[in-house]
Design a protein around this ligand. Sequence first.
Ligand code: FDA
Length: 404
Amino acid sequence: MNFDVVVIGAGAAGLFCAAQAGQRGLRVLLIDHSDRVAEKIRISGGGRCNFTNRDLDVRAPQKHFVSENPNFCRSALSRYTPQQFIELMDRHGIAHHEKHKGQLFCDGPSQQIIDMLLAECHAGNVERWQPCGVKRLAFEAGNDTQAGCYRLETDRGTVDAAQVVVATGGLSIPQLGASDFGYRVAQQFGLRLVAPRPALVPLTFAGQAWAPYASLAGLALPVQIETGSKKTRMHFMEDLLFTHRGLSGPAVLQISSYWQEGTPLTIDFAPGVEVSEALSAAKARSRKRIANELAMLVPSRLADAWVGEDPALQRPINEATDRALTQLAERIARWQITPDGTEGYKKAEVTAGGVDTRDLSSQTLESKQPGLYFIGEVVDVTGWLGGYNFQWAWASAHACAMAL
Ligand code: FDA
């Protein structure tokens, strides 16, 4: 069987690319080894799919993305904008609303976006084979009378195509069909990889080191969190959540994409508050216990835990030494702790790293191997939390489809 294009992976990027290529008149086959389409869209955003972000600055979109080559994503993201995806949603009558920091969600279930993408594929006469695995992918060189082509041996037979788009995503959430297929294909054709790692993921701490904080599980509070050296420093102001094994919540998921193993995080539990000054002032006017005064600045569970660690702090604030209060303020405003790892791909929203952008065109997503393209999460481009990863899926799919 012959097609102009085979797209492997019917997730966000694969569906969108297949639909647009089909609507441009190409004969497109879309293959996925799962029996369901776009499972990650379905579960995303708590079932309401945070499908894009209005705050993405199309003149400098790289600000919201992590990559060895931060500028790579600019071309695709500036040529297919959040507004264009919003217009597509509007044409399909899918109601949506804005939440925190430009994040756009469906009013109804995420399935509406899947249905929209399937309708777009239908409009492009895309043929879809699911479930269907790809056992082998090879490039068959041409001769004087015939051009070369890709030959795919699939569970449903052999297929020839002039071009192949790999949209098989990353390694996160293996139970939803994630595989390393894309990385293996890249290596097969001599393309480089940036080592994949879990990102947008909760961070864990060694049992002993975490024991004093495990009782705080369930506590959520706004923080400023930072990591990196002076040159690479990255920080976020978001909510943090204590868990039994470590830290989670948007602040931690965001910083996890920048965190390097063995390095500490610095957390300010009272951002915008001069904790040292507030405690000194309390010392001058109050006879309450330190934990009670601290509870005016941070949640009382946190205040109790921090004060409980030091016998010198278990007393009325007017009896505390200035040194003890300064040290306490430092531990509230600049708490340093070093994670021992992450919760891994089981819990990671995305995979950072992937196909090295040095071997891809930023205009078309075509690789150094002519006719072979990589789009979406399989590429070394990882967005912040908040709809940026779907926007990369749409934009990279669009750039590729326009070039096929
Ligand atoms: P995606 O993973 O969507 O699709 C890959 C497809 O390839 C899958 O259908 C898979 O079955 C298929 N496949 C894999 N291996 C294959 C093989 N060997 N053969 C054939 N097919 C194969 N992002 C965001 O912007 N907003 C949000 O709200 C969320 N929320 C969210 C929640 C959760 C729980 C997760 C895990 C992730 C998110 N994300 C997100 C991230 C977002 O889901 C992700 O970045 C995109 O789905 C990536 O789109 P892709 O199409 O590249 O991969």
